[in-house]
Design a protein around this ligand. Structure first.
Ligand SMILES: *[C@@H]1O[C@H](CO)[C@@H](O)[C@H](O)[C@H]1NC(C)=O
Length: 294
């Protein structure tokens, strides 16, 4: 990677990777989907698959966590050209936020218009149950408060403005569509809406931290998504975020249960199929809407 004084990627890095990929497939994706922990199956719905391993793609960050396959899959969903990231990289793996968000700017240069970001998250809201799917309404960027922010450093105007608005990071239209699709698929009893909070990890929250997050208005907590969404919004992509609630975060000292990563992967598997249906339907309907409005 070309490195400037902020350890960031240069425009040429994004461009090279974009050209490398577009030289190897005729698909020109309109929608990008990032599959969270244990959710790589979301890409199984695509036809005309062309797949690249992250380690073979120049400049592409390689995930080191189990449950993240590390494949970039191009294909069509109901005739919409799409690209799926099976697995992502995280701050806690030691990657910089420029590396974590590298694929987003690459998607932008490819001509992607909408990004669907999924993750596995802990439920903070007392009403949430394991297996719920939360449509992200808004987020709290806790690492960002402390200066771990993907847009720190020189601003590249080719991607976006210095001081981007974040009050509408999650497209209202896509959120409404996600709830409609979920309802039509008979999932309304486990579709929620709420606020996602990012922490850096890798440890799960202490009870005192979880209680703090509850007071702050967080409904779910996880170790990803916010940097990607921030960079996507900065460069003008339309964003939808979906959190699968894979565990309840303990906010009570009298409760004995302890969260572990195997449990997270197990719940992801259980709900991956329904999440796949929701994402597939969403992409089809997005396409119909854009046909109707153009
Ligand atoms: C893409 O293909 C063009 C035309 O064949 C070539 O000039 C260019 O070097 C390729 N770029 C990459 C990054 O592979």
């Amino acid at each position: 990677l070309h490195e400037n004084n902020n350890n960031c990627c240069s425009f040429e890095d994004y461009k090279l990777t974009t050209d490398w990929l577009l030289n190897r497939t005729n698909l020109r994706p309109k929608v990008a989907v990032i599959c969270g922990s244990g959710l790589g199956l979301l890409a199984d719905a695509v036809s005309n698959k062309v797949s690249f391993r992250y380690q073979d793609i120049p400049n592409f960050p390689v995930s080191t966590v189990p449950g993240h396959e590390g494949c970039l899959v191009f294909g069509t969903v109901d005739e919409t050209p799409c690209v799926f990231m099976q697995g992502r990289v995280h701050l806690y793996e030691g990657y910089s936020l420029c590396q974590v968000t590298f694929p987003i700017r690459m998607f932008k240069l490819m001509g992607v218009e909408s990004v669907i970001v999924t993750n596995a998250a802990g439920g903070i809201c007392p009403d949430f149950k394991v297996g719920d799917i939360m449509v992200i309404k808004d987020h709290i960027n806790l690492p960002g408060f402390a200066g771990e922010h993907p847009l720190c450093g020189p601003n590249d105007e080719r991607f976006g403005i210095r001081f981007p608005c974040m009050s509408d990071a999650y497209s209202k239209q896509m959120r409404r569509l996600a709830v409609d699709v979920g309802t039509d698929l008979g999932c309304s009893n486990f579709i929620r809406e709420g606020v996602y909070c990012m922490v850096s990890g890798p440890n799960f929250e202490t009870i005192a931290e979880a209680r703090m997050l509850l007071v702050l208005g967080c409904d779910a907590v996880g170790m990803s998504t916010v940097p990607e969404v921030t960079v996507a919004k900065h460069c003008g992509l339309r964003v939808l975020g979906l959190s699968l609630i894979t565990n309840k975060v303990s906010v009570d000292y009298s409760r004995e249960e302890k969260v572990n990563y195997e449990e997270v992967l197990q719940i992801s598997k259980m709900r991956a199929e329904v999440l796949q249906k929701i994402v597939t339907q969403l992409i089809s309907r997005l396409q119909q809407q854009s046909i109707n409005t153009h």
